[in-house]
Design a protein around this ligand. Structure first.
Ligand SMILES: Cc1cc2nc3c(=O)[nH]c(=O)nc-3n(C[C@H](O)[C@H](O)[C@H](O)COP(=O)(O)OP(=O)(O)OC[C@H]3O[C@@H](n4cnc5c(N)ncnc54)[C@H](O)[C@@H]3O)c2cc1C
Length: 467
């Protein structure tokens, strides 16, 4: 009998020791050495004699922003489920990260607001907080210390394909064109992956791409943080469409190097951070008072802005024909509205799917359908969470899934109740932080509890009949 998505999700996000490795591949080639590629390479190191990562950037150990990851200067939250996977693949990762200066935001030093109202505490899990390049450099350090993993600097330009499978990767390097033969290729080249073009060039089906227009604008700045300010580590202020129009929200968190990283997001024409003064003013005036304390510190460097036009997913599981020995992970498969912080955690869960697929010693002469079936569960979960929230924005015009009106009503009840009811807040966090499958929230017990909590909250506020 097929297992439910919830059960598959639970097994993928398990944080136990990886299955005992067994070498079933000669050479595995990973395209792209960012978070998705590095985690895939870590998994492959257990199953391949040699793992080659090809990236167009120089992957140095230092935690500096790089051209191939243009979103790297924006604030990045690592969800607890992503941290659990990092710990699983790199035992002692958190401890090592903290020793290197990563900030740990325990539940005591985190606050979340919804439309200006302070939420009750949800998840008790401590969160690692670092800049995106620094976090990537820690993952890279652990991956590249594996004896069978190496990096080649080059821009991947295409694939060699037989009638049924991928056989090699072509790239351009400083020394000219190169070819890397491969028993398995993992595409981790991010949301602008050209895999579809490379396959079409070889006569294969084009990859279906689903997009949902979101037009989100990010602005991130860093500020000096005095060591005497440890009382509060992370504040997230979420704005719902009904209350705040096109403002998405704001967040600040302590990061390595005694700094605060602060972001504000807006949709459509709302473009925070056109100037540093404008960003500081809006953070000071439009958000909870904690933001004031942070933006009054010295700003370090410039305000960095970033616009993302859409959420997108490529449904490999739905393809009728697909070459063997080829899979895709991370943003190359699905990339969501970044405000929900799902990207790196999704990439980590894709790596977990890869481990499950390879540990079953699959038939590598056919397309990796078992892998895509597992990955589909992760993509659906993250896509469901982020797009159902985005669909309530006036600027977003679909596609609306079946049953959207009722699921949106239920979602609103639960989100609202997560402000006042600790049990609903814990369940809400477990799902939005990708620890649990979304079906964990959609139980009659949780929905009824949420409706009751909202009714009580309205009564306390003196509006017993507000719908
Ligand atoms: C504004 C913004 C904020 C975000 N905030 C969060 C957050 O809070 N939390 C979170 O978890 N995620 C967040 N994300 C998503 C996160 O950045 C990605 O999910 C994460 O980086 C994993 O992506 P990836 O490794 O799949 O691809 P990427 O990080 O995009 O890396 C792709 C890699 O492929 C390489 N590459 C590309 N093309 C080629 C080629 N032809 N040849 C060789 N190399 C190539 C690039 O150099 C790069 O190293 C955010 C994204 C954005 C845009």
């Amino acid at each position: 009998m097929p297992r439910s998505d919830a059960k598959v999700f639970a097994s993928i996000s398990a944080d136990g020791d990886p299955t005992a490795p067994s070498v079933i591949l000669g050479r595995a080639v990973v395209l792209g050495g960012s978070v998705g590629g590095l985690l895939a390479a870590r998994v492959l190191a257990d199953y391949a004699e040699r793992v080659v990562i090809i990236d167009r950037d120089e992957l140095t150990a230092a935690g500096a922003a790089r051209v191939g990851v243009p979103q790297g200067s924006q604030i990045h939250a690592l969800l607890p489920a992503g941290r659990a996977q990092l710990e699983r693949w790199f035992p002692g990762f958190s401890q090592q990260a903290v020793a290197r200066g990563v900030y740990v935001a325990s539940a005591d030093v985190r606050r979340t607001y919804l439309d200006g109202r302070l939420k009750v505490r949800g998840s008790d899990v401590a969160v690692l907080s670092a800049s995106r390049p620094f976090l990537e450099s820690l993952i890279r350090g652990r991956t590249l210390e594996l004896p069978n993993v190496e990096v080649v600097r080059g821009r991947v330009t295409g694939l060699d394909l037989s009638a049924t499978a991928v056989t090699a990767v072509r790239y351009e390097s400083m020394d000219g064109p190169g070819v890397e033969a491969a028993d398995l290729v993992v595409d981790a080249t991010g949301r602008s992956s050209r895999l579809g073009d490379w396959l079409a060039r070889g006569g294969w089906e084009r990859l279906p791409l689903t997009r949902m227009t979101i037009n989100i604008n990010y602005a991130t700045a860093t500020f000096r943080r005095a060591e005497s300010e440890p009382a509060l580590g992370t504040v997230l202020a979420i704005c719902s469409p009904g209350a705040s129009g096109d403002i998405a929200g704001a967040m600040f968190t302590a990061i390595e190097g005694d700094r605060w990283m602060v972001m504000m997001g807006g949709y459509g024409d709302s473009q925070p951070g056109r100037t540093a003064e404008d960003l500081v003013r809006r953070l000071r005036e439009d958000f909870p008072p904690e933001f004031r304390g942070v933006v009054e510190s010295e700003m370090l460097g410039e305000v960095e802005t970033y616009r993302q036009a859409d959420s997108r997913r490529r449904d490999f599981h739905a393809l009728e024909r697909f070459p063997a020995r080829l899979v895709s992970v991370g943003d190359a498969v699905s990339s969501f509205n970044p405000i929900y912080g799902q990207g790196m955690t999704s990439a980590a869960l894709h790596a977990s799917c890869l481990a499950r697929y390879l540990s079953a010693e699959p038939d590598l002469s056919v397309a990796a359908r078992e892998f895509f079936a597992l990955q589909r569960v992760v993509v659906d979960a993250a896509w469901g969470i982020s797009t159902s929230a985005d669909l309530s924005r006036p600027s977003v015009s679909g596609p609306y899934p079946r049953g959207y009106r009722i699921s949106s009503w239920v979602g609103n009840q639960i989100q609202e109740a997560s402000v006042t009811d600790p049990t609903v807040a814990r369940r809400f966090d477990a799902v939005t932080q990708m620890d649990r499958h979304p079906s964990y929230l959609a139980t009659p017990g949780t929905v009824l509890r949420a409706i009751r909590a909202n009714w009580r909250a309205r009564r306390r506020a003196g509006h017993p009949h507000t719908p």
